[in-house]
Design a protein around this ligand. Sequence first.
Ligand code: CAA
Length: 390
Amino acid sequence: MKVGIEDICFYTASYYLDLQVLAEVHQIDVEKFYAGIGQEQMSMAAPDEDIVTMAAAAALPVVEGQDKSAIRTLLFASESGIDQSKSAGVYVHRLLELDPACRVVELKQACYSATSAIQMACALVARQPQQKVLVIASDIARYDLDSSGEPTQGCGAVAMLISADPKIMEVEPVSGLYTEDVMDFWRPNYRGTALVDGKYSTKVYLKSLKHAWLDYQQQGGHAFSEFNYFCYHQPFTRMAQKAHSHLLKQVGASLSAAEAEAQIADTLSYNRSIGNSYTASIYIGLTSLLENAEHDLAGQRVGFFSYGSGCVAELFSGVVQPGYQAHLHKDYHQTLLARRQSVDYATYRRLYDYPNPVDGGEHAIAAETTGPFRLAAISQHKRIYEKTAS
Ligand code: CAA
């Protein structure tokens, strides 16, 4: 029995900052961002957008037309949770009008947890193939102003329906794993922005790739030559290029520079504009590959390297299914990216500094999002979500 991704759709916020603006403010050459870290823009959430509204917007096209009673599990993966207790997935469950006979839970391990959600979902489906699992990853990546991490912010959500009818991609069973207790990137409960040891984090990322690949081989995984494409976690797109070079060296592959780049290039397009979306970024990368590749990818094997600081990493593979093109949401994604509004530095600061009230008062939030759901108010410590007219 094949198990894997039946449907996949992403969403990002209504605004974006071109990194040219940040380069001018910081008086540095914009090529450091465009070429050095491989980012052109970063999505910025409007005050009435958050991980819940983005998650619900990503999942809406996935659940429309589905028999909702078959979706008996919703796994919500996030680093940027909005509540220490209640799962953000429960709000999403209501906004999507899912069946009450459904288990909902939130998973956290920095940028990795969506991958564990997919693996858990595959296991559930293998046990009861008539059931489907909705996996949603949603994050807002925030670093301190004027820090080296500032140009690697962004936000986005991706929704995947995992089932025994994987119209997009079969997830193969072997995984390579690596966990190590390190402090490369973390966010204590009292902080809204991440703490990061930037250079160290890239080193741990590469070390984790090496160990995950070794474990993958030990577990009986495919040889490097059996892969056609690789999709990496993309905190910034240059990181994926560095990772792929690292893997090529490790396996002793003799590919030309062009052949190596061709294995990852199409996974990078959307993330160059969206920025880091933590848990969602690797699967936005998959969407980018599926929707931007010039050739039919049916039967092609994709390697995934998922990394979450702290750290946990997993390497696994998937095989693209015949006819997958008919099930993509390419127009939805391209319209979404095209209609985002560019902001100037003053607006970026207004969005960045937008207050997060903690006094339990009544805080209505003006309508700004162009998406289908919004955070309308924070009232008596409760987040109030609603559908918009769009
Ligand atoms: N033209 C072209 N390239 C230029 C340039 C110019 N004018 N100026 C500089 N560059 C190049 C540099 O040579 C460098 O290239 P290499 O990496 O190939 O050497 C690149 O631009 C970046 O320059 P710096 O190393 O000077 O950049 P920095 O120190 O200011 O910051 C960073 C880079 C450490 C990644 C920082 O953005 C950061 O801390 N980001 C957040 C942490 C992060 O994303 N870590 C990734 C691993 S952790 C993870 O994956 C989890 C997660 O999502 C956070």
